[in-house]
Write a protein that binds this ligand. Sequence first.
Ligand code: FRU
Length: 466
Amino acid sequence: QARTDLFRPRHHLTPESTWMNDPNGLIRHEGRWHAFYQNNPLGSDHANLSWAHAVSDDLVSWTHLPLALPFSEEELIFSGSVVHDAENSSGLAGPGEPGPLVAIYTSAYTDAHPTLAGIQAQSIASSTDGGTVWTYHSGNPVLDRSSANFRDPKVFRHQESGRWVMVAVEAVDHQVHIHTSADLLTWEHASVFTHPEVDGGIWECPDLVRVPVSGDGTGPGAEAWVLVLSTNPGGPAGGSGTYTLIGDFDGRTFTTEASPQPLDLGQDCYAAVSFSGVDGDPVLLGWMNNWDYVAQTPTSPWRSSLTLARTLRLERSGDGTLAVRQHLVIPDDLRTVDLADAAAAEAPIVLDAEEPFRLRGTLPSRSPWRVVLSFGDPEAPQDLVLSSDPEDGVVLDRSRTHAEPFAVEHARSLPYLPGTEREELTIEMVVDRSCVEVELDGGRALISQQIFHGASQVGVAVGPIA
Ligand code: FRU
């Protein structure tokens, strides 16, 4: 088995032998989950951008379908979304055909394009066979601002206004432009959103999602809107990363009085967007990598994975503030080690590191502890450490996990500081070879990080700080 195959996760979507970046066109349709993603069908670098396609029944095992949207010499197919045009408002399905799936993506025109070289504009493709075969629309692009950095359209149906809504960024100008449409083909400008606190890099991959609210003083049907926004660099934990902004949306304008909050405290969750076709808690996938060091991730010829799916919900506290709660979608049959058993054991619990596993349990929220995963040779272990202490909070630290230097500038997650009202902190940690995700404190924080130990054995130990 090639060493890099030991890095390939089982329950995260990876390309077979090529490059991957952003998730695109996420949609639940006819009972199946479809994920498209930014892909170079010809290589392991960020080039020839096209949409690859995979499907899943359970969000944890994926099967590839043929390449959906191929690049051409004149046009790269950048990020975007897919919606089910059930009423055929676009007219893209013929008589007697079911309402089409419609992909809205960014055409990044190359220097070879005769009239639009250097422009990024929004275009459309449609499928009437449930998403396998796609046809580019003859009237593309459908939305062109003559801009070099206008991209990443995310489209959803807004029930109250009965219109389609598109959020897309002017990446360099730190703007989210909102357009609306009756037919997905002609778009009317509605508003521009900006936020002075998200200014560390360019803005990419916006998503505007309706999120259920539970908690103090909420009734059934309570909801708010969350703008999910990625920036590169300037992400919460360094390099590229994703923020959430909680606010309100009236069909034309998004308003917020909130400050941006990290979607994830680790470095490996970018361009996260939600699935179309889901009622209730939105379900998101992100790209499990970072533009800062993706070129150094030691897998070949495949590169990158998507994160585990995560659900989003808002919780209202007594003072009326809203906070995001997220839960990882974890396979039911995952091998599970109870943290209490690891804490009681005299020696580390040794596991086969080639098979995914989960650590779960509760640890004190106000006294120090360490969960240490020692990969490889016990005489020269490569340690991944989740630690907590009252001052620094809970941190995932991969600085001693790698034999070769990896992501040294971004080794530690941002700290999570549990509230003082709970004595116990819940922990769910999924280790799927090179992908680690930690859900803390009932979903009040998630941490996503890649690790490249390449070991086939791991020892798990829980203890107080030495
Ligand atoms: C984000 C991004 C998008 C763009 C795509 C190109 O990672 O830069 O803004 O559409 O990747 O691959």
